[in-house]
Design a protein around this ligand. Structure first.
Ligand code: BJ8
Length: 419
């Protein structure tokens, strides 16, 4: 990796602490992702994206800002990236998945909120996040309580994500999309035009198609890629430049198609097929996937925001004017089934469809500690799974390694039950 020390210094970061952060993440990476056997060769690019997320990618954003472009930090997949890009801004998701920054987050935030929030803002508070100093706008959303109150603290633009999916709620969300467009236009000084929006819709749809294809390939037995590597790809998706990213996904997909034919896989045929469902696993967090796959089962799909919820449903393209395009965007994003919605029946239906498509044999409901939305919704998910005689286990955990031994025992017992 190139030396970016000078860049980090100029950004006002705590360079020494940042070195400790990188070596802590690198250690976890080597013990989990790097310890896997039989990885596809094309995964190297996505490893590289992760490794360069505090280096090359930041340097790239700094260069883009010199040409007048603006950089927007996001924290939820509800933020329509197409709109930001059409106004010539660059959106990048900034969620943290590392235990390293949690103690710094806890200096400001209550201890009993979810690790994703504490880790994300712990990075900013400890001056180990290179994105904070170059961010032109932070965009939050009204999803869970902890998140929406956090945006107030940092004075972010907040998109109103409704809590139900009725007509009135859709109108509210549509207004939030229009308001976001106006906010981004104000930031960049550039109007969102129909033609450019049509291009960015195409770019993002192509990215979703490529990710959907990758995931379809996981439907094979044995899957040509591990769940942990598929997660690495999804984590890279939230950071990388979309056109370049799609090109590399298509290359990976070609390799995976070949592996399906030649039956090359990190797993033996008949390995237990697991779905992870619930909270996202953002960059730095490889804990649960790694534990399940080290126990010999294959994570074949993620029903999470670092999984199906990110790439399913395209934005309808070919619209003739900006109003219709905005409506199409609002419709696509409103289909994301976050646990902040009540009732969230669409999520339950989607889980059943995914189970059938991926021939899932067991479901791990993944709940980040103190995430009440997914934790309580786990009851309804468990109920539909019970009706189908589908074994499931709920794992509530944080980013630390403290409970690894206990989790390993529970996962082993769960997988044995699938026999
Ligand atoms: S659309 S899941 S990305 S909000 S895990 S911070 S919900 S307490 S990340 Fe999310 Fe958007 Fe929903 Fe997806 Fe809160 Fe839960 Fe933490 Fe969460």
């Amino acid at each position: 990796m190139k030396n970016y020390e000078q860049m980090w210094k100029e950004l006002g970061m705590n360079v020494e602490l940042h070195k400790e952060l990188l070596s802590s993440i690198d250690k976890t990476f080597k013990q989990t992702v790097g310890a896997q056997k039989n990885r596809p060769a094309s995964i190297e690019y996505f490893d590289h994206v992760l490794h360069e997320s505090h280096g090359g990618r930041v340097a790239e954003l700094i260069e883009a800002r010199k040409t007048g472009r603006k950089f927007i930090g996001t924290f939820c997949i509800y933020v329509p990236e197409e709109l930001a890009m059409a106004a010539d801004a660059i959106p990048v998701a900034l969620c943290g998945g590392t235990q390293f920054s949690i103690p710094y987050g806890e200096k400001m935030f209550p201890r009993d909120i979810c690790p994703l929030i504490k880790s994300t803002f712990g990075l900013a508070l400890s001056k180990t996040c290179p994105y904070g100093p170059i961010k032109d706008l932070g965009v939050g959303e009204t999803t869970c309580d902890a998140k929406k109150k956090t945006w107030d603290v940092f004075n972010f633009h907040v998109m109103e994500v409704p809590q139900k999916k009725g007509e009135l709620d859709f109108d509210l969300w549509y207004q939030a999309v229009v308001e976001f467009k106006e906010r981004v236009e104000k930031l960049t000084g550039k109007k969102v035009e129909q033609e450019r929006l049509s291009e960015t819709i195409h770019i993002m749809n192509e990215k979703r198609r490529a990710l959907a294809k990758l995931n379809e390939l996981r439907q094979h037995d044995p899957p040509p890629i591990s769940g942990l590597d598929a997660l690495v790809v999804m984590q890279a998706a939230l950071n990388d430049e979309p056109v370049r990213f799609t090109k590399h996904i298509n290359k990976l997909n070609e390799e995976l198609e070949g592996r399906v034919i030649t039956q090359i896989s990190p797993f033996s045929r008949g390995a237990k097929r697991i779905m992870i469902s619930g909270c996202p696993s953002v960059m730095g967090n490889w804990k649960i996937h790694s534990l399940i796959e080290k126990a010999g089962a294959a994570v074949v799909i993620d029903e999470t925001c670092t999984g199906t919820r990110y790439f399913e449903n395209l934005v309808e393209d070919g619209k003739k004017n900006l109003d219709e395009q905005l409506l199409a965007l609002a419709e696509r994003y409103m289909k994301i089934n976050c646990a902040c919605f009540s009732p969230n029946n669409d999520r339950l239906e989607s889980i059943e469809e995914i189970i059938d498509a991926y021939k899932v044999q067991g479901v791990v409901q993944y709940v980040l500690q103190y995430c009440h939305g997914y934790n309580v919704e786990a009851i309804r998910v468990a109920n539909i799974l019970k009706k189908r005689n589908m074994p499931n286990i709920k794992i509530e955990t944080d980013y630390s390694e403290e409970d690894i031994g206990q989790l390993r025992t529970r996962i082993d017992a769960f997988l044995e039950q699938l026999d």
